[in-house]
Design a binder for this molecule. Structure first.
Ligand code: C5P
Length: 217
């Protein structure tokens, strides 16, 4: 069974998807981490951000492993390094690149081909798994999403202001919704859940109920 969870940044997808997968005994896949990992690799080399071919080559050649909660690039644990404000603001260079997207869509489908999966991202229901048995679209208001991201960054010791986070989030939303190839769209058959005012525990409880109802259909 494939459960897709799509939605904008800060809607609570990662935490909800991870906890839901654990409850269901499914594999969890954070596809945003894959775009982030390619961005980190490009930043480390470094390459010119405008060099789309070099970016595509990195996506083809790098060894990307998502094991449990950890993310490895060419054997190096990059779980924390891919979450910085800097990598977040540069990730669109990977996400806007059609060749990178094709490579990651291929990897995501491979992962979903032989196991039950809860996968979260932007295009999971629309592009990667259009036949998924259960499609969820998670959202929340702009302020609530920015507050969550801000709290998360501050807890990691990053010196950012709430206004900066909100501004970057709006830029990211514009890019995510406007992306021609693989952009964020709610699939017609997705169930929308607004997480404003819900605790992470509320969200996972609600999603589990939805998945159980999908299983009965
Ligand atoms: O979900 P997260 O914030 O980690 O994703 C990082 C970036 O990767 C997003 O802003 C989005 O542009 C991109 N992304 C994407 N397609 C996905 C997952 C993430 O384009 N399936």
């Amino acid at each position: 069974m494939i459960v897709t969870i799509d939605g904008p940044a800060g809607a609570g997808k990662s935490r909800a998807a991870r906890d839901l997968a654990k409850k269901l005994g499914f594999r969890f896949l954070d596809t945003g981490a894959m775009y982030r990992a390619i961005t980190l690799k490009a930043a480390q080399l470094p390459i010119d951000w405008a060099d789309t071919e070099a970016m595509a080559r990195i996506a083809q050649e790098m060894e990307l492993n998502l094991t449990g909660d950890r993310v490895f690039v060419d054997g190096e644990d990059v779980t924390d390094a891919i979450r910085t404000f800097d990598i977040t603001t540069h990730t669109h260079h990977a996400a806007d690149n059609p060749a990178v997207r094709d490579r990651l869509v291929e990897l995501q489908r491979q992962i979903g081909s032989h196991q039950d999966l809860v996968t979260e991202g932007r295009d999971q229901a629309t592009v990667v798994f259009p036949k998924a048995e259960c499609k969820i679209y998670l959202t929340a208001s702009d302020e609530v999403r920015a507050r969550r991201r801000y709290d998360d960054l501050r807890s990691r010791g990053e010196q950012v202001t709430f206004e900066e986070v909100l501004e970057k989030q709006l830029e990211r939303d514009t890019r995510d919704f406007g992306r021609e190839y693989g952009g964020l769209r709610k699939a017609e058959d997705s169930i929308e859940v607004n997480t404003d005012g819900m605790t992470p525990e509320d969200v996972v409880r609600e999603l589990e109920k939805l998945v159980r109802s999908c299983q009965r259909q």
